[in-house]
Design a protein around this ligand. Structure first.
Ligand code: ZN
Length: 139
């Protein structure tokens, strides 16, 4: 049984920037040399999420629009009154989508659909440099 953790950084534009991180996750699985097991992909921070989507501009736009309807950026948030950093919408969005994504590893690769990519969503109201951790467990 192997347990290994790999870190990489991603620079984002914030404001629900959606970044394809599938290649970096694949590289982490390669480095772990795990053939069969699972990978947990996690972002450190309370204003970003990890999920999977077909990474093409139309559906990425559709997801951004759906998120805007769920937690609009133009309404009042208690966090902004208490903290003053103006990113209450970003915290709520991140909590709803979650900070991690797990995927099976089989024959040394993440088991994903052909049109399924792993993405980082950065909801914060400014550019950010994010640390992503990939923990791989298996053999
Ligand atoms: Zn905040």
């Amino acid at each position: 049984m192997v347990v290994s953790i790999h870190e990489f950084q991603v620079t984002t534009e914030g404001f629900t920037d959606v970044v394809d991180i599938s290649e970096q996750v694949g590289n982490a699985i390669d480095k772990s040399a795990v053939a069969d097991g699972m990978a947990l992909v996690s972002v450190a921070g309370s204003t970003a999420s990890i999920t999977s989507i077909e990474y093409e501009p139309g559906v990425v736009r559709d997801l951004k629009n759906a998120i805007e309807r769920l937690a609009p950026s133009n309404i009042k948030y208690e966090h902004d009154a208490r903290w003053g950093d103006g990113n209450g919408f970003a915290h709520v969005r991140a909590a709803m989508l979650g900070s991690s994504f797990s995927v099976p590893v089989h024959r040394g690769r993440a088991v994903l659909g052909t049109w399924q990519q792993i993405v980082l969503l950065d909801f914060d109201n400014k550019r950010r440099r994010r640390s992503i951790y990939v923990q791989i467990i298996g053999e």
